[in-house]
Design a protein around this ligand. Structure first.
Ligand code: BTN
Length: 318
């Protein structure tokens, strides 16, 4: 084995820092040679933390979700964030909801490799197999009154699209209101849940849940023709941190909703014929735009213009 491979093994087998001197002594080389190999490993894509007087520690290997690595990429946003990673959990939204009820602080981020009861809007199942996707939920406690929850979901959809485009070069699209599509297949979904004070309308907390199919290939029969994946072996840590920092960039500018222009840019809805439901009655119409709060503007078949702020729409033909 080369010196570089030996060092990689040492770092992988050691969850703590190893000093450059200890490595140099063990392999009977200079500290300069160790430093050179560490730099080559970094160029190879390994994320290695180097701290004076402590040495080296590997932060990521084989696309393992690592809170250290996520914090590294989050930069200034990492200061308040509290990350918890689960190998398998029922649902990151459900877990975070119970933590929020028990007083979990704002910026708690729950990430899972696998969900046994991942779900989306209307209680629908969100297929969350082990390792091939990423599933996470972020807790926010805005100290202002958000008049439209639609805006939080729209902001998140923009954050996901920007990150996917940055990391893969592929351009995804947003199907109103909470689905992300690539090549006419749904590759990601958002479930935004809020707890509000009934009397004042003030928000106690908001949970933004995000599920992304990264390399999932085999989907259950009922979604096999609609679901797809990013199809790229990208770093989960980079993807999660990029989405979270995009969300914060927009969240801290609220109530400025300038990001709606970017939402319009990624939207796959404009000009599409759709069906939508109002009070359980199905209507048909054509999408003419997105309003400044993320609402869907539709010209109905009978000539009325309506703005949808919730509910579900079906695109008649992609
Ligand atoms: C939808 O398709 O309607 C939204 C799907 C949202 C799925 C994510 S995965 C992480 C978080 N935990 C859940 O149970 N749901 C969200």
């Amino acid at each position: 084995m080369s010196l570089k491979d030996n060092i990689l093994e040492e770092l992988k087998n050691n969850r703590d820092f190893i000093s450059g001197q200890a490595l140099a002594d063990k392999y009977n080389v200079s500290r300069g040679a160790i430093w050179k190999s560490i730099n080559t490993l970094k160029k190879d894509g390994y994320v290695i933390d180097s701290v004076t007087n402590k040495g080296y520690k590997i932060l990521s290997q084989d696309n393992v979700i690592s809170s250290d690595e996520i914090k590294l990429y989050l930069g200034e946003y990492s200061n308040n964030i509290n990350i918890q990673i689960f190998d398998s959990i029922d649902s990151t939204n459900t877990k975070l909801k119970s933590m929020a009820t028990e007083g979990a602080p704002e910026h708690t981020l729950i990430i899972a490799n696998h969900q046994t009861n991942g779900h989306g809007r209307f209680g629908r199942n969100f297929y969350s197999p082990s390792q091939t996707g990423t599933y996470f939920s972020l807790l926010l406690k805005p100290d202002f009154n958000i008049t439209s929850a639609t805006l939080i979901t729209s902001m998140t959809a923009v954050a996901i699209c920007k990150s996917i485009e940055l990391l893969t070069g592929k351009t995804p699209g947003i199907k109103w209101i909470n689905d992300i599509y690539l090549d006419n297949k749904k590759i990601a979904g958002i479930l935004t849940e809020a707890s509000t004070d009934f009397e004042t309308g003030m928000i106690h907390y908001i949970i933004i849940g995000i599920g992304i199919n990264i390399s999932t290939k085999d989907f259950p029969d009922e979604i096999a023709d609609k679901a797809g994946s990013l199809g790229e072996n990208i770093s989960k840590n980079k993807l999660i941190s990029s989405i979270i920092s995009n969300i914060y960039d927009m969240y801290y500018r609220l109530p400025d909703s300038g990001f709606i222009n970017t939402y319009r840019h990624y939207s796959i809805m404009i000009g599409k014929s759709i069906t939508y439901k109002i009070k359980n009655v199905t209507h048909t119409g054509t999408v003419t735009g997105i309003d400044d709060f993320g609402g869907l503007i539709v010209l109905s078949k009978n000539g009325d213009t309506v703005t949808l702020t919730s509910g579900e729409v079906t695109i008649l033909s992609f």
